[in-house]
Design a protein around this ligand. Structure first.
Ligand code: VGL
Ligand code: ZN
Length: 207
């Protein structure tokens, strides 16, 4: 059984948003089409409290792009984004959500970030997505969305680590590329871990 995981296609990650991913809006129509070929679709939603530790604004003297240690983990600092119950945390306009079986919220603990849809960055707490997919009989997952070099990458690596046969649908993702080459390196890292890198065109016809 196959499932699609739609990662963080939210207003703050598309152009005009607080943490805009270049071309992030382009994935909306691509992912809509991709969804038609899956019987089980889950989505992740970045969902931070205002006092989240990943926000540069919560660390006096720090700026977005700086790194700090947060509760023992290296943390890249970001602009304030995807704050719970704000428009930036809404899903992007036009994104089909009617067939989503599950939405997992992540990044809700102010003390730790969560790039993966399965675990926080310290692998301390599970979101429940892994157990859910296993209960549903899923053995293979496809990952698409934003951003290739953060939440897509860590979601795919955790899926692979949990024993799912894992693919990233590369043309249905866009990356931050904070440092040029980050997206390319993320793809290499995923491939090395055993994640398949595929294009939506090679996935065959919708069914
Ligand atoms: C993301 C940075 C911070 C993502 C989320 O969805 O890739 N990146 N929060
Ligand atoms: Zn975030």
């Amino acid at each position: 059984m196959e499932a699609l995981i739609v990662v963080d296609i939210q207003n703050d990650f598309i152009p005009g948003g607080a943490l805009a991913v270049p071309g992030g809006d382009e994935v909306v129509s691509l992912v809509n089409r991709l969804q038609t070929r899956f019987g089980l679709i889950a989505a992740t939603r970045d969902w931070h409290p205002p006092d989240h530790g990943s926000f540069a604004a919560n660390h006096p003297g720090k700026r977005a792009g700086d790194s700090i240690m947060l509760e023992g983990l290296n943390q890249t600092l970001w602009p304030v984004h995807c704050v719970q119950d704000t428009p930036g945390a809404d899903f992007a306009p036009g994104l089909y959500r009617d067939r989503w079986a599950k939405v997992v919220l992540k990044g809700t603990d102010p003390r730790i970030d969560s790039y993966s849809g399965f675990y926080d960055n310290g692998h301390r707490m599970a979101t429940g997505l892994g157990d859910y997919l296993k209960e549903e009989g899923v053995s293979t997952v496809f990952v698409a969305g934003l951003a290739t070099d953060y939440c897509v990458k860590f979601t795919a690596l955790d899926a692979q680590g949990l024993g799912f046969e894992t693919y990233v649908v590369r043309d249905c993702c866009r990356g931050v590329d904070l440092n040029p080459g980050d997206v390319e390196r993320a793809v290499d890292e995923m491939r090395t871990a055993g994640v398949g890198i595929v294009g939506s065109a090679e996935l065959g016809n919708p069914r």
